[in-house]
Design a binder for this molecule. Structure first.
Ligand SMILES: [Zn+2]
Length: 71
């Protein structure tokens, strides 16, 4: 494992109550986005299973409910 050459930079400080944003692939608009949430996880009998992430705009657009926000 190579060490990251870039030091983390402090950008504008987010609110302390906000959860850390996760950067990754949004399956709904099929591109990388910031602040994605895990929407669904499909377990498979064989293999690692499938996980679906969506960014906040897609969550609003498609009225998705993140797994963590479900009862
Ligand atoms: Zn999206």
């Amino acid at each position: 494992m190579a060490e990251p050459s870039q030091a983390p930079t402090a950008q504008d400080t987010p609110e302390t109550t906000a959860p850390p944003e996760r950067y990754g692939y949004c399956h709904w608009h099929q591109a990388s986005a910031r602040g994605i949430r895990l929407i669904d996880a499909i377990e498979q009998g064989s293999g690692p299973g499938i996980t679906y992430y969506a960014c906040p705009p897609c969550i609003n657009l498609h009225r998705l409910v993140p797994l963590a926000d479900r009862p």
